[in-house]
Write a protein that binds this ligand. Structure first.
Ligand code: FHN
Length: 599
């Protein structure tokens, strides 16, 4: 019997429509559950993170006591940093002895927060527990922690100190937490792993309850040995549901699961900046300032501030965040070389308002990324051309346009020099009349004229769901879906009347673009998906697959209602279906309700 479900205000088919019972830890599960609660590209919940663009990573733990070097009994020296226990095969008893000497008495939370703020970093992610399992807060779950197993003042709690200082400074605090645990005896054996998981859940509850973090940055999710790491995508789905049930506004990275596009709220490229906007998920690049995450006294291979500025601009210009790392030493002191570089980045951000090219800025869209620097698009629609390779006198800076628009004004931040703008070939030439303001990057602010976007008045697509995976017979459920944004994962489905496996879905109606442009439609799907626009197959992901991104392009006309049909099949296992779009005028987002119509 078809069940006609009312559309939820604003949200996709969500937990409120499920008859499912609450899961073991308060998380909802079962047929009718949909774990997608918003669009991380546009949600209020992720807004601060998307605006900030720039955070500070801190790797600090028992490994810091060794400062990157372990002298073996035979006198040989083995070097590593946060992996030193494993990579240098430090016997457990010896490592515990070293940890018992750990006394980061010089750790100064106020100074760390001030350094982040001065650098322009608006959030901090600190290791609460790395792979060695050592907790940097007074956990009650075990005694392998800074309170119970160190030489540190037992009345101090550096996570509390950091939280207090961060709150006072208006900086968000997040915790890194490693799933992989080299110290807990129950981790490696599948029979005892549930006991480890229970302790891990308890520790995460402590962190959320005691310190109210803005985000959890999981790590140690990959298949590994010594000890064997069996963390699965299903473990990740359960853990993500659990921690978000503790604090609904929490942000979680993709390493909560298996570092896939369907895991968590954002992707985590490491030691690299992706070549462009990442399809299907927001992202943040984390990076060492030298060659190590944890403190290594011998590593002086520090990245120059100019490289950090360029990485920051490159990240922002691809709608990503940048998270460079500091590693305090055994006493808790931050290396002067780290502080100096971060201070230089902050000076650049503050000078002449250059930080506007980063804070709140995102994918340029209107132009291709040039070879001479990075282009970002600011909050008010202006372009920021950050020039890292200033042209010879008389030579122009060329920008290749991706769509029709005008540049109506140009000025160099921090200089009164004139910048002539002219149409040239496939775009524009910018001809500055003077030299660069800053060798790291000189920012040319460009005022642009673009057609006004045409806001829609849609309420979503007609959605039909079958309790079989081939659209056979009458739909088991029919409703209006505000958007195609669904994470049914392993246990959920579009409706209580639809099983978690072997179901199919079809969305029909029309889509109304705000601008006339070539649009890229992106599906994030598991198992199959196809998208037709005006009867033409634009995305064909009809081969059964695991969580995957597929794209297709189509020219759309502003204000016109283009027919759309989306077919989806869930065979077995995980179930995900999201429909996103982007264009030169439109940053990537779930196609919003306002632009979707049921006919
Ligand atoms: O193994 C860790 C490593 O020690 C460090 O914490 C980085 C930071 O993202 N994450 C893992 C390697 O990907």
């Amino acid at each position: 019997m078809a069940v006609c479900l009312p559309a939820l205000p604003g949200g996709p088919g969500a937990a409120a429509q499920t008859a499912a019972v609450a899961g073991a830890q308060g998380a909802v599960s079962g047929p009718g559950t949909d774990h997608a609660v918003d669009d991380p590209f546009t949600a209020e919940r992720t807004s601060w993170w998307r605006q900030d663009r720039f955070g500070m990573f801190i790797h600090f733990g028992a490994y810091s006591q060794l400062e990157g070097e372990y002298t073996r009994p035979d006198g040989s020296v083995c070097r590593d940093a946060e992996w030193i226990m494993r990579e240098c095969a430090v016997p457990k008893e010896e490592y515990e002895k070293q940890a018992a000497r750990f006394d980061p008495s010089a750790f100064d939370a106020e100074a760390v927060v001030r350094a982040a703020k001065d650098a322009g970093q608006r959030y901090i992610v600190i290791t609460s527990k790395h792979h060695d399992g050592y907790a940097m807060w007074p956990t009650k779950v075990n005694s392998w922690n800074l309170r119970d197993h160190s030489a540190f003042d037992e009345h101090r709690d550096i996570m509390r100190e950091l939280k207090t200082a961060a709150d006072k400074a208006g900086i968000k605090l997040g915790f890194y937490y490693s799933i992989w645990d080299w110290h807990d005896p129950d981790f490696a054996d599948p029979d005892t792993f549930p006991r480890y998981k229970k302790r891990m859940y308890a520790q995460l509850k402590e962190l959320v309850d005691e310190y109210d973090p803005a985000l959890l940055w999981f790590d140690g999710e990959w298949d590994a040995d010594n000890p064997v790491n069996r963390w699965s995508a299903r473990d990740g789905a359960e853990l993500e549901s659990y921690v978000k049930s503790l604090k609904p506004g929490l942000l979680v990275n993709n390493r909560v699961g298996k570092r896939r596009v369907v895991d968590g709220d954002f992707g985590t490229p490491e030691q690299e900046i992706p070549d462009g906007p990442v399809d299907g998920q927001p992202w943040e690049s984390c990076m060492t300032l030298n060659g190590h995450w944890g403190y290594a006294r011998y590593d002086h291979d520090w990245k120059p501030a100019a490289e950090l500025v360029r990485n920051l601009l490159a990240s922002a210009g691809r709608s990503g965040n940048y998270l460079p790392n500091i590693g305090p030493d055994s006493k808790g002191r931050v290396p002067a070389e780290s502080l100096r570089r971060l201070r230089d980045v902050g000076s650049w951000m503050r000078a002449h308002g250059q930080g506007r090219a980063v804070r709140g800025a995102g994918y340029s869209g209107l132009v291709e990324s040039p070879g001479w620097g990075e282009v970002t698009r600011g909050r008010r629609g202006q372009l920021y051309a950050a020039v890292t390779d200033w042209p010879e006198e008389g030579k122009p800076l060329h920008l290749k346009a991706r769509t029709d628009f005008e540049i109506t004004g140009a000025r160099v931040l921090g200089s009164g020099q004139k910048v002539a703008v002219s149409r040239s070939g496939d775009g524009f030439d910018l001809m500055p009349s003077g030299g660069p303001v800053d060798e790291k990057a000189t920012v040319v602010e460009l005022r642009v004229s673009v057609p006004r976007g045409r806001a829609g008045s849609g309420s979503g697509l007609k959605a039909r769901f079958w309790d079989n995976d081939s659209f056979r017979g009458a739909p088991a459920a029919t409703r209006t879906d505000a958007s195609v944004n669904h994470a049914w994962r392993f246990d959920g489905s579009p409706s209580p009347s639809v099983p978690a496996d072997h179901f199919s879905a079809r969305w029909t109606g029309s889509v109304q673009p705000r601008w006339s442009d070539t649009y890229t439609f992106t599906t994030v799907s598991d198992d199959t998906a196809r998208v037709w626009i005006d009867g033409r197959l634009v995305v064909d992901a009809s081969d059964p697959h695991g969580p995957r991104v597929d794209t297709g392009t189509v020219r759309l006309r502003a204000g016109k209602r283009h027919r759309i049909r989306v077919d989806y099949r869930e065979l077995s296992g995980e179930a995900h279906m999201k429909l996103l779009w982007s264009s030169p005028h439109q940053q990537q987002e779930i196609v919003p309700r306002s632009q979707l119509y049921g006919k």
